[in-house]
Design a protein around this ligand. Structure first.
Ligand SMILES: Nc1ncnc2c1ncn2[C@@H]1O[C@H](COP(=O)(O)OP(=O)(O)OP(=O)(O)O)[C@@H](O)[C@H]1O
Ligand SMILES: [Mg+2]
Length: 306
């Protein structure tokens, strides 16, 4: 699903919703019919960032079977081409979404007719969050430059990778593979996809080739958000190199988005940051990230001002 972009990060407050709303705004500004979906169940607030303070409908209506079609929960935003499915207002978190509801929601998302769909996935590494990541070969990971946030995003990427490996095996097969990995590489191999892949290459060479092909098709991207002046601007590229080295998984660095107090101001005023402060360094960086993400190589669309 080339047009679905799950967006997540290991840690709360890193800026997932801000980046989702900004990328949504940029994609819509390119004339593409764009939908942002708030899947941060239990802590939904994406609506505020796209100028819809009181959404009349939400994902709850679909989950509670008040409506048959996910399409019916879409609301317009003040921006041309930008639409929203607001997060569920229920008290349960995404981690507790029952399996059947999750599958139903994933299937419904894949059937939606939009040029670009951005999923705000919220923090954490629950199986449900990982499964939503895996409905697409894309994935945008957000972290701040703080080591705690980097650690969490690293763990999240590893969990998505591990979850994908898990799909292809029965419970008993997978358990046997895990035991073998531990026997061969020690206790530390538990939960580490790179060690599992090693064992799979030997025991299931055909399956290994399929998985490898799948991972090669993944287009995972990383954005460092809230970079302060004294932070190392090369950190993102460095993190991608470490992921490649340790997990053998390619993650592309989409650039830094600097910390700017105006983000807070825009959120408090409930206006779009990119529209209110288009000439800031941060707005320029968001547009540069948007260009890299949405513009296929060789196509030079202008994404100067939204
Ligand atoms: N580039 C930035 N510069 C300054 N402040 C920022 C920036 N990005 C995000 N913020 C601030 O961080 C806060 C958290 O952002 P946001 O709600 O997008 O994070 P989140 O990762 O979605 O959080 P949660 O996990 O709680 O959903 C915002 O309210 C905003 O004030
Ligand atoms: Mg959020």
């Amino acid at each position: 699903m080339a047009h679905i972009w799950p967006i997540g990060g290991g840690k709360g407050g890193s800026g997932k919703s801000f980046i989702t709303s900004s990328l949504g705004r940029l994609s819509a500004g390119l004339g593409r019919k764009t939908l942002v979906i708030d899947l941060d169940l239990g802590a939904a607030n994406l609506h505020t960032l796209v100028g819809v303070p009181y959404p009349s409908k939400s994902l709850s209506d679909f989950l509670q079977k008040k409506t048959e079609r996910l399409d019916d929960t879409v609301v317009e935003t003040p921006f041309e081409n930008l639409f929203l499915i607001s997060g569920a207002q229920d008290h349960f978190a995404i981690a507790n979404l029952p399996h059947e509801q999750k599958v139903k929601t994933m299937r419904a998302i894949m059937k939606l007719d939009y040029d670009c769909i951005l999923l705000d996935l919220g923090a954490g590494t629950s199986f449900n969050t990982l499964d939503f990541f895996l409905i697409s070969q894309n994935g945008i990971f957000i972290t701040t430059p703080e080591p705690t946030s980097i650690e969490n995003v690293y763990r999240l990427i590893r969990s998505v990778y591990f979850r994908r490996i898990r799909y292809g095996f029965s419970v008993s097969q997978f358990k046997a593979l895990e035991e073998e990995a531990i026997e061969q590489f020690g206790e530390g191999a538990s939960g580490r996809p790179e060690f599992m892949m090693n064992v799979i290459a030997r025991d299931y060479p055909e399956r290994f080739r399929e998985l490898q092909k799948d991972f090669d098709a993944f287009r995972f991207r990383l954005i460092i958000n809230q970079l302060h002046r004294r932070d190392n601007p090369a950190l993102g590229a460095h993190v991608c190199r470490i992921i490649e080295k340790h997990m053998n998984l390619h993650v592309e660095f989409m650039g830094n988005v600097s910390y700017d107090d105006h983000v807070h101001d825009a959120i408090c005023q409930q206006v779009s940051y990119l529209d209110r402060y288009p000439y800031t360094k941060t707005a320029g960086e968001l547009r540069a990230a948007g260009r890299q993400i949405f513009q296929p190589a060789g196509r030079q669309l202008m994404l100067q001002y939204v």
